[in-house]
Write a protein that binds this ligand. Structure first.
Ligand code: HEC
Length: 215
């Protein structure tokens, strides 16, 4: 078998699989085995709270019905639900959540993903995705405003006439100005992605926001 070209390729294939499994699976697992998995409550952070509060002001009635007040506990609930909607609507068919350390992906999507970023409840199972019809979403938070997402989820073609992304009108009570609980949760989830990094867009503005007393 090892004299033939096919045999060598087969062995190389198995060998590279084992190597990849070691470096991408076993070693990170050993590195982070003492680190507890974070809960949804623990991954709520000021940048996300800024977005969640902004949602409560932009869509006061829908927000009150869906989540009441914009507290950290309610934000964690929104994240859990948002992740379920992301799963249920099959967003992961077209979007990955993994910036790979190859092909200059970081130039397009942002910082390369680190194993530790997946050590939380909202990554069970991990949302790596299987293919990229649309862009990677791991650094999506803060890139667009909440109302941009509302309009985009309602009808992507309004913003990008050639977009192949499906419409999700059932996340709204009528029009894009009335996102329902699932719609608000999905926007919260998308704004969360990458909010644990200092590279989150509008970070300067967020710091100003935190200084304002009336918020
Ligand atoms: C059929 C494939 C497909 C599905 C399913 C899909 N998308 Fe998209 N998505 C795209 C494509 C293509 C783009 C780029 C064009 C655009 O912005 O509409 C995109 C863009 C986006 C963007 C904007 C990215 C950016 O940086 O501008 C977000 C956010 C997004 N999708 C979230 C979602 C969510 C959440 C779901 C599930 C509810 C979803 N997508 C389902 C294909 C898809």
């Amino acid at each position: 078998m090892f004299e033939s070209k096919g045999g060598v390729l087969f062995l190389a294939g198995v060998g590279f699989f084992v190597l990849a499994f070691l470096f991408n699976g076993v070693i990170p697992m050993l590195m982070f085995r003492d680190m507890p998995e974070q809960t949804a409550e623990q991954v709520v952070n000021p940048r996300l709270m800024y977005q969640f509060t902004e949602l409560s002001r932009r869509y006061p009635e829908s927000f009150r019905t869906a989540f009441g007040e914009p507290t950290e506990e309610n934000c964690a609930q929104a994240l859990r639900l948002g992740r379920q909607v992301y799963l249920g609507e099959g967003c992961w068919h077209c979007h990955s959540q993994f910036v790979r350390p190859v092909s200059n992906e970081s130039l397009r999507f942002g910082e390369v993903s680190q194993p530790i970023e997946y050590q939380n409840e909202l990554q069970r199972p991990v949302m790596f995705g299987t293919r990229r019809v649309g862009p990677d979403l791991s650094r999506q938070g803060g890139r667009h405003a909440n109302d941009w997402h509302a309009v985009h989820f309602f009808r992507p073609k309004t913003l990008l006439p050639d977009s192949p992304m499906p419409e999700y009108p059932w996340l709204f009570e009528g029009d894009p100005s009335k996102p329902n609980q699932r719609g608000l949760a999905l926007i919260t989830y998308v704004q969360w992605l990458g909010s644990w990094l200092d590279s989150y867009p509008y970070y300067e503005e967020l710091q100003d926001f935190e200084r304002e007393d009336d918020l």
